[in-house]
Design a binder for this molecule. Structure first.
Ligand code: TNX
Length: 505
């Protein structure tokens, strides 16, 4: 049991010689009266029915008898919102596997969902296949107590450089949630494409969304598409964080509405992937644009965060930068949400709640305004490019990825600590971590998977597991144990020589 789980739990106690085997008689028993627990149960049963061929009925667990809370655990797989210690918090769980059943206990449904992800990793990998497999279906016995180090464990997907469909985004949500990642930041606009419909600004998508990097076909999400992604993510306990990048990285918006850049003629949407030379200008159209974009994204987004961009604005005069970032920040805060921006937004006046997303690296650190802000305790999400950027090449000579931040092999992705990776951070100022996947060189789902696996699970573990469990050798073994599961799920991955890949389990 101990060698199979990523991210590493807080505590794992295997019971030697004990296991529970899922059979045709197994039921999924969920917390009485909880629709959310029943939904997680339905999700689990839905995952296991195709491979096992079993009915796996989902029904209400028996009410615990007067003698104690254990009776529900006596048969099948129980998902209970009772009896978990307070330490598991809102996202943690306790999992017990005895010879008679599996019991997951949590304070909140999110914890049941996290426990189910652990259970998936404990089962034989063939359980993840979508056709009937021979079995048997043993779960190794033992006890797991588990809860996250950080509440924010993010992945980011750039759908602007190359566009990815709703189905692709949903598949990525499934993949990240297997590693207990709970936020998906969608980079919805850049020089190469505008990917979300905004009412009143139709050309953002018809003109700005028509193409992608390297002349790829482009595309965009209607507001209904975006809502579908949000709802799908919610069913996987993932919260969507939309990003509109401004005041730079806006060539696609300027192609649609040149007045946003005070330009006499519209530039073409960028199809190369070079640096950005675009900027919004100060003026009434820009104010209206920022206001409309933020208010519509707020209305579409139930989650607490909106990302307002702010990176690489070399062509933007400082006063314009402060005006645009200031307005975006104010609009997000006025709507009751929390702004996140790339670390350069420390060049604008910051609200105390605004979160800085750190992407720089030691050889190219963020500027002094960032360090001044964090010295005062500004909250930070860590996404240091030399560790967390999933778009960087693993080693020289591979067909996919960039390497401006160096090469990021699996061990580089794993070997860092959010509290010390950037000097000057106050420990309690760390909101969490994020693994960005930029798509200048990536155009298919298979490309995305090749870059995210196996590094995304490394970043997920940095965000979830206690620092005291940090150990490369142990991690590499647990990571290697995921390969049969990825094969069963059809996930493409980079077969790093640093990892002892398991052939089957
Ligand atoms: C830098 S990091 C960027 C992105 C690129 C990425 C490629 C950041 C906030 N901006 O525009 O896609 O590098 O690795």
């Amino acid at each position: 049991m101990a060698a199979q789980i990523v991210p590493e739990p807080v505590l794992v106690k295997p019971s030697a010689g004990v296991s529970y085997t899922i059979t045709s008689g197994t039921a999924v028993l969920t917390q009485p009266g909880s629709a959310a627990a029943a939904q997680v149960g339905g999700y689990l049963a839905g995952l296991l029915r195709p491979s096992t061929g079993y009915a796996l009925p989902v029904r209400s667990a028996p009410e615990p008898d007067a003698g104690g809370s254990g009776s529900a655990a006596d048969s099948g797989i129980s998902l209970l919102l009772a009896g978990a210690p307070a330490t598991v918090g809102a996202q943690g769980y306790e999992l017990d596997v005895t010879s008679t059943g599996v019991t997951i206990r949590a304070q909140q449904p999110a914890g049941l969902f996290a426990g189910v992800q652990t259970l998936r990793q404990l089962l034989p990998a063939a359980s993840a296949r979508t056709t009937v497999q021979p079995g048997p279906w043993p779960v190794p016995g033992g006890h797991v107590l588990d809860y996250p180090r950080y509440a924010y464990r993010g992945a980011m997907l750039d759908v602007a450089r190359h566009f990815f469909s709703v189905a692709d985004v949903e598949r990525y949500i499934d993949e990240i949630s297997l590693y207990k990642v709970d936020y998906l930041h969608l980079h919805l606009s850049d020089d190469q494409g505008w990917r979300i419909a905004i009412n009143g600004w139709p050309q953002l998508t018809t003109v700005g969304g028509a193409t992608g990097a390297d002349g790829s076909p482009g595309g965009y999400f209607t507001q209904a598409d975006y809502k579908a992604i949000v709802a799908y993510a919610q069913s996987r306990y993932v919260t969507i964080v939309p990003e509109i990048d401004m005041p730079s990285h806006v060539e696609a918006a300027l192609a649609a509405y040149p007045q946003l850049g005070c330009l006499a003629t519209a530039p073409p949407v960028q199809t190369s992937t070079g640096g950005t030379a675009s900027t919004l200008c100060d003026g009434a159209p820009t104010k209206q644009f920022v206001s409309d974009v933020i208010s519509q994204l707020v209305a579409l987004t139930p989650g607490p965060y909106l990302q307002i961009g702010g990176d690489e604005a070399a062509k933007t005069p400082p006063a314009t930068y402060s005006a645009v970032i200031g307005q975006a920040q104010d609009d997000v805060l006025a709507a009751g949400k929390t702004p996140i921006g790339w670390d350069a937004i420390a060049d604008a006046p910051l609200d105390a709640k605004t979160v800085l997303e750190y992407w720089h690296l030691p050889s190219q650190p963020a500027d002094q305004n960032y360090f001044a802000a964090t010295a005062k305790g500004q909250p930070v999400i860590l996404a240091p490019a030399d560790h967390a950027y999933l778009d960087q090449m693993y080693v020289p000579g591979l067909p996919l990825g960039l390497h401006w931040a160096g090469y990021v092999e699996v061990r580089n992705a794993y070997d860092w600590d959010p509290t010390t990776v950037v000097p000057g951070l106050k420990a309690n100022a760390v909101t969490g971590v994020e693994a960005p996947l930029w798509t200048e060189t990536l155009s298919t789902m298979s490309d995305l998977e090749y870059m995210a696996f196996p590094r995304l699970p490394a970043i997920a573990e940095i965000g979830w597991s206690p620092q005291s469990t940090h150990d490369w050798v142990g991690f590499s073994v647990r990571l290697g144990a995921q390969a049969p599961l990825w094969a069963a799920l059809g996930i493409n991955y980079y077969k790093s020589i640093q990892v002892p890949w398991e052939q089957s389990r």
